[in-house]
Every structure is written in C-alpha cells, then in structure tokens.
Design a protein around this ligand. Structure first.
Ligand SMILES: [Zn+2]
Length: 178
C-alpha cells in the first residue's frame, strides 16, 4: 500500500480480471479525491433489521394479500385487528413500526371499486333501464362489500411492498448535519 491511496488499490483489485498473473489496471483515469466522502444516505432509510436474506425469503405478495401473513416470515399475522397492523410479528419478531400505508389502500380501492361499480351500473342501465331504487338496492351493498373485502388485502400488500423496498418516512440523521 506504499504511497497508493487506499481507495485506489481497493478499486483496482476489485476490477482486476487478468487472472493470477494478469495486469492489475485501474480502468479509471481519475479517482475520487479522498476528501469527498462517498455519497451516502437517501430519502429512504433502512428500517429495522431488514437484510437481503430476509427479503429474498419473503412470501409472495398474492399470499400476503389474501391471508394477511407477516411479510417477513409468512407465518405470523400482520394484522392485530381487522385493519390494525400489529406492533410486531409474533412468529419472527419482525417489527411493523415502519408500516404506514396512509391513504394508499383507500386510493387504490376508490379507483378499482369505482371502475367496477360504475361499469356495472352503466351496463345495467343500458341493458335493462331498471328504476333507480333497483340500482341502489344492488350497487350500494356491492360497493360496501367490495370495499370492505379489499381494504385488508390492499393494506397488507402495500405494507409488504413497503417492507420489501425498505421505504419509510424520511428522517434527519444528525450525522447529515455536520
Ligand atoms: Zn414474521
């Protein structure tokens, strides 16, 4: 390492593909001045102990949505009540503190259910021209049922996506302010 900055040698060793006796060429005509630290941090923070191996072994989004299982182990429960996210998984202790789907599920359901119900109402009206009370009697319960049925799966999928993509509300790290 004599005289060669450490970050340069590290880079050259990593890129060297010349075999045992091949040349070790630093392919970059320049290197980052050591005074400038490498870029770190982003709007998203790594949450909890979500490491790569855990993320790779997660259950499918479809299964999480349909059964509401823990996005980490697929065994424990994500919900403690109908729409309340549990504090942590009872099976693998994965914390769900990061979970904040906000208005996400409602927005998706408004668009999804709205599309289905409006299409159904229009089709029924064009085909049968029923009195308005028939529309109400059919579509109000259908709308309520679809919304209630879908809220939990959508919420589970959004929390699972949040978990997989390590997305959480951005926080100021005191180190960034130095
Ligand atoms: Zn779990």
């Amino acid at each position: 390492m004599s005289g060669v900055p450490e970050h340069r040698t590290a880079k050259a060793e990593r890129i060297d593909i010349g075999g045992e006796n091949g040349p070790s060429i630093d392919p970059l005509p320049y290197s980052r001045p050591s005074a400038i630290p490498p870029a770190t941090g982003s709007a998203f923070q790594v949450v909890g102990d979500m490491n790569e191996s855990v993320v790779r072994n997660t259950p499918s989004l479809l299964r999480i949505g349909l059964t509401g299982v823990c996005p980490s182990c697929g065994e424990g429960k994500l919900f403690s009540r109908f729409l309340t996210i549990a504090k942590a998984c009872r099976h693998c202790d994965q914390s769900f503190e990061f979970a904040d789907s906000g208005d996400g599920p409602a927005v998706f359901i408004i668009m999804f259910v709205g599309f289905i119900v409006v299409a159904g109402i229009l089709t029924m009206e064009v085909l049968y021209q029923p009195p308005y009370w028939v529309h109400g009697a059919v579509w109000l319960p259908v709308t309520a049922a679809l919304c209630l049925l879908l809220l939990r799966p959508f919420k589970a999928v959004l929390v699972a996506l949040q978990y997989r993509n390590r997305a959480a509300e951005a926080k100021f790290d005191n180190n960034d302010l130095d």
